[in-house]
Ligand binder design. Structure first.
Ligand code: G3I
Length: 365
């Protein structure tokens, strides 16, 4: 299929017809260029194995102007033993991005998950600050001046735990106390003053009561950090969307993003995908619903000038974490991403293209 023909396809046409598997990445529009024309970055998470697949990297390079390491920079990957760091997967990711002149996001420096077993076995209130700051200092220094932005703290809020700040009861909270968050940002800033330091969290998008409460707790956290002059410059909204509570609405999100703008923080949509577990088995119907959710969400967030980047959590359905973590009850593969398992664009791709196209470049500055 020729590029012009693809451009003429509407999302509905794409949904109704199987997209020819002969369509190659070079023949479809490039979201990276479209995003650039609107002062936006478009990108995705990539794993080590995806970066080694010659059938995949041309698509990645055509479509993306920013990349993030899916797992390669997490504690378990970079710090497998207490006295040993392993930077080979992270180096491979950073070198790939640099060799193609693509900005790279670091993910992440502090999380309650994907930590090495030795950490749980070793950490105490006495050694926690030193383990924590040594890790952050070592990892951030290694990539000094080469990282676009770091997810410094990931998923620290969980209002369900009902402590007074809505902080998740993580190993960091238990062993360092609530100041671990600002300690992480200050340590990272000292190691690399150029990287945009980001707080990243999920389930802060919809109007559901639980997401509304979490969004409030995140806003409170960001306000506290800024009041204390903590060097944070961006919010990452993961945006793992789903329809478990019906079709989401975004009224609270609009108000929230106005508050974030007052704090002068940039916003990155860091892990966008759509869990289709609660959608019909029929593929055209399912793809349509997934695409509609992409469109309504992106139409909402891209109106806000603070939103500077949109990254999906992988590009192709074959690589999505949802296949293993949220399998459909009917056993069918999930279809959460803009490209299908054979790397053909889906209606979700058209939604992203159209949502970016619809943004007014003058408004976005
Ligand atoms: O690499 C090993 C492999 O050697 C082994 O055979 C296999 C057996 O299960 O596991 C492989 O590691 C898995 C790794 O993904 C790579 O596939 C881990 O078990 C698995 O836990 C890990 O899951 C990742 C998850 O974070 C936990 O770190 C997902 O790929 C990754 O997509 C997911 O990403 C998170 C973000 O970091 C934060 N926000 C939510 C998002 C989705 O959960």
């Amino acid at each position: 299929m020729h590029r012009r023909n693809f451009l003429q396809l509407s999302a509905a046409t794409l949904a109704a017809s199987a997209f020819p598997s002969s369509a190659r990445p070079t023949e479809i529009p490039h979201l990276r260029d479209l995003a650039k024309s609107k002062s936006l970055l478009f990108g995705t998470a990539v794993s080590d194995s995806q970066l080694r697949r010659p059938d995949f990297t041309p698509l990645l390079l055509d479509q993306c102007s920013i990349l993030v390491a899916e797992n390669q920079m997490k504690w378990r990957a970079t710090h497998p033993e207490q006295d040993r760091f392993d930077f080979s997967p992270a180096d491979f990711f950073m070198d790939f991005a640099a060799s193609h002149n693509i900005p790279a996001r670091g993910h992440n420096l502090c999380w309650h998950e994907h930590n090495p077993a030795w950490l749980d076995a070793t950490i105490t209130p006495q050694n926690a600050v030193s383990l924590f700051t040594h890790h952050i200092q070592t990892v951030v220094s290694r990539y000094k001046s080469r990282v676009h932005s770091w997810d410094v703290v990931n998923e620290a809020i969980e209002p369900a735990h009902k402590n007074h700040l809505g902080l998740r009861n993580s190993l960091w909270l238990q062993n360092i106390g609530e100041d671990y968050i600002e300690l992480a940002f200050r340590t990272a800033a000292k190691a690399d003053p150029t990287a945009i330091l980001t707080y990243n969290d999920y389930d802060i998008e919809t109007d559901s009561p639980s997401q509304t409460a979490k969004r409030e707790a995140v806003l409170d956290l960001l306000r506290r950090l800024i009041k204390k002059h903590v060097p944070i410059r961006a919010l990452g909204m993961q945006s793992h969307l789903r329809t478990n509570e019906g079709t989401p609405t975004w009224n609270g999100l609009n108000k929230f993003l106005k508050e974030i703008e007052k704090l002068k923080l940039q916003v990155y949509i860091t892990e966008l995908d759509v869990d289709d577990q609660f959608m019909p088995a029929d593929i055209p119907k399912r793809d349509r619903q997934v695409a509609d959710l992409y469109r309504s969400f992106l139409d909402t967030v891209l109106r806000h000038n603070s939103v500077k980047a949109v990254l999906t959590w992988c590009l192709s359905d074959r690589d999505s974490w949802l296949q293993n973590f949220r399998p459909r009850k009917d056993g069918l593969p999930q279809r959460p991403l803009p490209f299908d398992a054979e790397l053909n664009p889906k209606p979700a791709f058209v939604s992203i293209r159209d949502a970016i196209t619809a943004q007014d470049v003058y408004y976005r500055r």
